[in-house]
Design a binder for this molecule. Structure first.
Ligand code: SAM
Ligand code: SF4
Length: 339
């Protein structure tokens, strides 16, 4: 039974009002990106001015405090984290905590700049990363991302593998765009030794396409896979929201992230630090705590009280809905919050 009046945080780590241990932090290190994925942003996306963004030094100090409060895993994301200058320095700085409070440092990247960063990521202690790849067909990739960069992404993946970094491919399923490619992607991942996670598109921020047209529930996108292979639930966990399955006759692990068709909030262990220095306790809510202002006024000591405030405000669940004419769940895009 959870005592709702008990002090939050302290030596037991961070436990929210619903008894969930919050030990996973995602940090969006920049909102900028060199792709323009259709489900994420519009072609003419306006990025934040630099003075409204946390410096890498600030992110480093704040990450130290979060780790001291019980965060055991950190995922660096964005926007595209690898477009931020001196990203490797931040990764090295946070990576120093691995084995001394931090269990794992990981990354979500679109892979376009991965080839030149792979060695630095390994040096920083990263042993597995997520690479977003929605199609293996150059024309479909270019249609989704609005950029002709598939070859760079494949080169980046190969470079990371050569460094001994395990790869999980993230694929957002889009109706009529790449939903027919799920089986091909699964077979490719299996052959390459990668895991694969399929994601349902979420209504975050305004985009130029209609999300109702984009959205396909994963059980539908998976029909061609199930027609050929049995999917067996497995216990594998990576700290994120995916449920994992073994695919009969393959070594690939298949993860499913189904925020729309099957809510997974009861097991949520996450909070997010945006590039603007805001703490969001839920991807699907606008409620947040402004950490940047507090930090710039009061330094690292100010982080703790803001963290407690954020923890006390973590909602039970998101309320995503996609339908024609419905507004997005948040005005904020995924690139600001960090996927
Ligand atoms: N730029 C990096 C990348 O694409 O991997 C990291 C940031 S991106 C926002 C993180 C993840 O969020 C990616 O796997 C992307 O496909 C996913 N994503 C972005 N917008 C989304 C949306 N509206 N619904 C579902 N997934 C989304
Ligand atoms: Fe950029 Fe990632 Fe958003 Fe695609 S999903 S536009 S790569 S931030």
């Amino acid at each position: 039974m959870v005592d709702l009046n008990a002090p939050i945080g302290s030596t037991t780590g961070m436990i929210d009002r619903y008894g969930r241990r919050i030990d996973y932090l995602r940090i969006s290190v920049t909102d900028r990106c060199d792709l323009r994925c259709r489900y994420c942003m519009a072609e003419d996306m306006v990025f934040l001015p630099k003075n409204q963004i946390l410096t890498l030094e600030e992110i480093g100090v704040i990450a130290d405090r979060f780790i001291a409060r019980g965060v055991r895993r950190i995922r660096l994301s964005g926007g595209e984290p690898l477009v931020r200058r001196d990203f490797s320095e931040l990764a090295r700085r946070i990576g120093r905590h691995i084995g001394g409070g931090l269990d794992e440092l990981t990354l979500t990247t679109n892979g376009t700049q991965l080839a030149r960063h792979a060695a630095d990521l390994h040096d920083a202690g990263m042993r597995r990363i997520n690479v977003s790849l929605d199609s293996l067909r150059p024309d479909v990739f270019a249609r989704i991302t609005r950029r002709d960069r598939l070859a760079d992404v494949l080169e980046g993946i190969a470079a990371a593998c050569a460094e001994g970094i395990a790869i999980k491919i993230n694929m957002v399923a889009m109706r009529g765009v790449n939903d027919g490619e799920v089986l091909d992607m699964l077979r490719w991942c299996d052959a390459q030794g990668h895991d694969l996670t399929l994601i349902e598109t979420m209504p975050l921020g305004a985009i130029s396409d209609d999300r109702q047209d984009q959205y396909i529930p994963l059980h539908e996108a998976l029909a061609p896979v199930r027609a050929e292979y049995a999917l067996l639930p497995i216990d594998h966990r990576t700290g994120g929201p995916a449920r994992y399955f073994a695919v009969e006759g393959m070594r690939v692990r298949l993860g499913l992230i189904t925020p729309m068709s099957e809510n997974f909030c009861s097991g949520c262990n996450r909070m997010r630090l945006t590039c603007q220095g805001r703490i969001y306790m839920c991807l699907g809510h606008e409620d947040h705590v402004d950490l940047m202002t507090a930090f710039r006024a009061g330094g690292a000591d100010a982080v703790d009280s803001r963290l407690d405030e954020a923890l006390g405000a973590k909602p039970l669940r998101h309320d995503f809905a996609i339908g024609r004419g419905l507004p997005p769940a948040t005005t904020r895009h995924m690139n600001v919050t960090g996927g």
